[in-house]
Design a protein around this ligand. Structure first.
Ligand code: GDP
Ligand code: MG
Length: 458
């Protein structure tokens, strides 16, 4: 008899390849225990099939000749209380890649097949152990690069996003309830329109709030880009070195020392930030420096935060001031104005007031910590997702956006004429977007695309 793809026993290494004390292989499927019994010798001549679930057994993996291949531990977990919802045996063996591959090969010869990417998690979804947004959270958790991203994916795995989706669904179902109630009052002058619109407004507002977190995703998962721009010789490279705690950029009193942009990444308070030192903004005849200056202007646009550094010991000419002022106006939201060298003077740029700038002296280490705090505040503001139940990924964002647009259309229709029967159909349609989100109704192709991002043992 042909077995369905999801019933076949699958095997894969769940731990990463490479050096380490032990490796773990996972076997899942209805015949998982039977297959593992056929390639193992347990201490005391036991068989896994006779053992109670969720127990650990010591023994050997053996080849077809009955030769010991490795000394291992078998972790027996019977359905349904397993990750995949099927019978699962986890085998912990010594971590030698030849050995691991040999054992996988033996298990495959005994009737299993190598798992596809994300196939264990896919089965977990199929058996209702987790929904699709939780499955996505598992992958995001594994790959999280910042503490914030890690925390958020854990929350989503625990169901924060799933329960939010459930409340949205409940609200939509309540609206259908109102439509159906209206059928009974057809000949009366009673309109459910305002109540329905009010409820639609509420759902829409909830969705919009969550949609906004999508913009934050990059900051939380990839970090924030902070560029140091400003006048030449203002001390940008000195400040850059101070902020990253390393002497990375060359500092001299010769104007034009930094010709190309230099980047350095660091973690702070669970966030990741990339500092970018630039050549500075000025005219130059030097070809290389000119390119560097162009790049400085590019950084102004592409960075998330700009530290605009000025030299407080000198007075700038009108032409320079005009350049700085135009940048300042254009990018006011993301700029922190820094007046360096306050040990040597206190000239303030004419378009700035004292409370807009942070005075520092990198050389004398004055106020640099205050500046760090100011940067942290700005980063936190960027990453602020408040009490949002999720940090949407692209798939989730596009589905929710579609849903939000659908609700907007529905409201527009209602404002013209209210047809309760049609409304029920449209709202049900909206609800189906939520089912796609959680995977209740989702095409095989869509699932393939999602799990392709996973690793083999997950
Ligand atoms: N007096 C004083 N000099 C500084 C300070 N910070 C940097 N400098 C000096 O200013 C010059 C230019 O510094 P640099 O970091 O290369 O400036 P950049 O061109 O903006 O990158 C160097 O000689 C530094 O030693 C400061 O806080 N006070
Ligand atoms: Mg420099």
């Amino acid at each position: 008899m042909m077995e369905l793809k999801d019933e076949q026993v699958i095997v894969a290494q769940a731990t990463p390849q490479g050096a380490g004390a032990i490796a773990m292989l996972r076997v899942s499927g209805d015949r998982a225990v039977e297959i593992v019994d056929s390639i193992s010798a347990l201490a005391g001549h036991k068989k896994l099939i006779d053992q109670i679930s969720h127990t650990i057994h010591y023994g050997w993996v053996v080849d077809t000749q009955g030769q010991h291949v490795d000394q291992v531990l078998f972790l027996l977990m019977r359905a349904p209380k397993t990750f995949t919802g099927q019978d699962v045996v986890e085998i912990t063996c010594h971590n030698n890649q030849f050995l691991v591959e040999h054992i996988i090969d033996i298990i495959i010869r005994a009737g299993a097949r190598l798992a596809d990417q994300g196939e264990f998690t896919r089965r977990a979804v199929l058996h209702g152990k987790v929904d699709l947004v939780q499955a996505e959270a598992i992958n995001e958790l594994i790959h999280a690069q910042t503490t914030q991203a890690l925390k958020q994916s854990l929350r989503q795995l625990e169901g924060s996003f799933s329960s939010w989706i459930a409340t949205i669904e409940k609200q939509l179902i309540a609206i259908i309830g109102l439509c159906e109630a209206s059928f009974e009052f057809l000949d009366e002058e009673m309109s459910f329109g305002p109540a329905i619109v009010q409820r639609l407004d509420k759902v829409q507002a909830d969705i919009v709030q969550v949609l906004q977190t999508f913009d934050k995703r990059g900051y939380v998962t990839q970090g924030v880009r902070i560029a140091l721009v400003g006048s030449v010789n203002a001390g940008k490279s000195s400040l850059f070195n101070a902020l990253i705690n390393r002497k990375r950029a060359i500092v001299t009193d010769i104007a034009g020392t930094t010709r190309d942009t230099i980047e350095a990444g660091m973690y702070s308070n669970g966030a990741f930030m990339t500092f970018v030192d630039t050549a500075g903004l000025r005219d130059s005849d030097d070809v290389v420096e000119k390119i560097g200056i162009d790049r400085s202007f590019d950084e102004v646009t592409s960075s998330d935060i700009i530290l605009m550094v000025f030299d407080a010991s000198i007075q700038y000419n009108q032409q320079d001031i005009a350049v700085y002022q135009s940048i300042a106006q254009k990018h006011a939201d993301k700029i922190i104005f820094v007046q360096n060298k306050i040990d040597a003077g206190r000239h303030l740029l004419p378009f700035l007031s004292q409370d807009q700038v942070v005075d520092v002296s990198v050389l004398k280490n004055i106020n640099v910590d205050q500046l760090r705090m100011k940067i942290d505040e700005k980063i936190n503001a960027l990453m602020q997702i408040g009490q949002s139940p999720c940090l949407l990924n692209k798939r989730q964002y596009s589905l929710l956006l579609l849903l939000e647009q659908e609700l907007e259309c529905i409201k527009n229709r209602i404002s013209i004429r209210i047809d309760y029967e049609l409304l029920v159909i449209l709202i049900n349609d909206a609800i189906s977007k939520l089912s796609q989100l959680t995977g209740k109704t989702v095409s095989e192709d869509a699932l393939d695309a999602i799990f392709r991002e996973f690793c083999v043992g997950k």
